[in-house]
Design a protein around this ligand. Structure first.
Ligand SMILES: CC(=O)N[C@H]1[C@@H](OP(=O)(O)OP(=O)(O)OC[C@H]2O[C@@H](n3ccc(=O)[nH]c3=O)[C@H](O)[C@@H]2O)O[C@H](CO)[C@@H](O)[C@@H]1O
Length: 357
């Protein structure tokens, strides 16, 4: 039996922020037999590499209050727990890993009810409700930022950083910057999480002409739901709904304008990209502001509330930074100082310790 691979079920679903760390972990466990748990209509159907079979369940979050729709959701949750228990038993799984979100509830309950170990990864500075509720039930909670530990006093916390895609670490990676940007121009990268940020896009389109006049190029990743897509045309402006080769792009950019999802922040740190952060104002419990604070405290970024930022103030702030190479260099150094480049290895070591114990 010594050579039988360990069977691990990874429950990660929904956004890039939940999926990329889990994929990075899976790639760090090549000797494991891994299957995925997701939902049928989210990003996992496109992003999870084909070698990991995808099991799907119907699960969604509870709304405020408890009405008829909550009863339906509760029914789905119970159905999901039963289905995950069946998957775990029939597949002889030895442990579960999750990055949180709605999928985590049935995964944790099913695994713990069968006595299986669970490692939960929470990438945000303010852990989500699901993490705060289920964290104490898990064998270990791996944290992206150590400040999160104070919100999880009853959980077994280990700070490991947040794993990034292999393109961020592998110098020999064949992931290259295939965009027409001259070598000697300042590049501003604008992106808004894995789904784009329409409000930021609007500000950027108004502010960008002055940046072009200052000689800068702008790569603008708009997401695929922007009603004004393709409305700005300029030879120094490249607009795309989504771009996959983020590592070379973040390394090349002298400044990023970004939301402050944990995944984006982790990549900014690993690449040492100075940033202007505009936390998504409607994120659950305003968690993106807590994430941004980790970076502003470290001197790695500036952060502005969306409600307080105008196109004019954004324009001026960027023009100021473009002229302050020393300030940008300091921010870059500070960003690198909070990066945890070997996070996937640390997380994999924790999973091995917990599952093979
Ligand atoms: C709106 C919201 O609540 N978002 C949450 C969601 O992350 P969400 O996926 O929205 O945002 P993240 O910043 O965590 O991750 C975005 C990821 O998408 C990638 N990307 C983006 C644009 C693009 O064109 N190409 C590309 O590859 C980025 O490089 C990054 O890896 O889960 C995160 C982890 O719990 C939270 O911190 C975020 O607050």
């Amino acid at each position: 039996m010594a050579n039988t691979p360990i069977k691990l079920l990874i429950a990660a679903s929904g956004t890039g922020g939940h999926l990329f760390p889990a994929i990075a972990l899976a790639q760090e466990l090549p000797d494991y037999d891994i299957e995925w748990l997701g939902v049928p209509n989210r990003l996992e159907t496109q992003l999870v590499p084909k070698q990991y079979p995808l099991n799907t369940i119907a699960v969604e979050g509870f709304q405020q209050g408890f009405g008829f729709s909550s009863v339906v959701i509760l029914g789905k949750l119970i159905g999901s727990i039963i289905k995950v228990r069946r998957i775990l038993k029939q597949g002889n799984f030895q442990g579960v890993f999750t990055t949180g979100g709605y999928i985590a509830g049935p995964a944790v309950i099913a695994a713990r009810s069968l006595g299986l170990p669970v490692v939960f990864h929470e990438s945000n500075a303010l852990p989500g409700k699901v993490t705060r509720f289920f964290g104490p039930w898990c064998t270990a909670v791996a944290l992206g930022f150590d400040v999160a530990a104070k919100y999880l006093p009853r959980a077994t916390n280990v700070c490991v950083g947040t794993p990034v895609r292999s393109q961020f670490l592998d110098a020999a990676s064949n992931v290259t910057l295939d965009l027409p940007i001259p070598d000697d121009v300042p590049l501003i990268l604008v992106f808004g999480g894995s789904q784009g940020a329409v409000a930021v896009n609007k500000l950027v389109r108004q502010a960008a002409p002055a940046w072009f006049d200052a000689g800068a190029y702008v790569v603008h990743l708009t997401g695929d739901r922007d009603p004004d897509a393709n409305s700005l045309k300029h030879p120094q402006y490249i607009e795309l709904p989504f771009y996959n080769n983020m590592a070379p792009l973040l390394r090349r950019a002298c400044l990023a304008i970004s939301r402050s999802g944990a995944g984006s922040l982790t990549e900014l740190a690993v690449c040492g990209t100075p940033a202007i952060l505009i936390p998504y104002p409607f994120a659950a419990e305003d968690h993106q502001s807590y994430n941004a604070e980790v970076f502003t405290k470290a001197g790695a970024a500036l952060a502005f509330k969306q409600s307080e930022l105008t196109a004019q103030s954004l324009q001026n702030q960027v023009l100021h930074l473009l002229q302050s190479t020393a300030e940008l260099a300091k921010m870059s150094e500070n960003a690198k100082a909070i990066a945890v480049p070997d996070s996937a290895e640390k997380l994999a070591a924790l999973v091995r310790e917990v599952v093979e114990r």
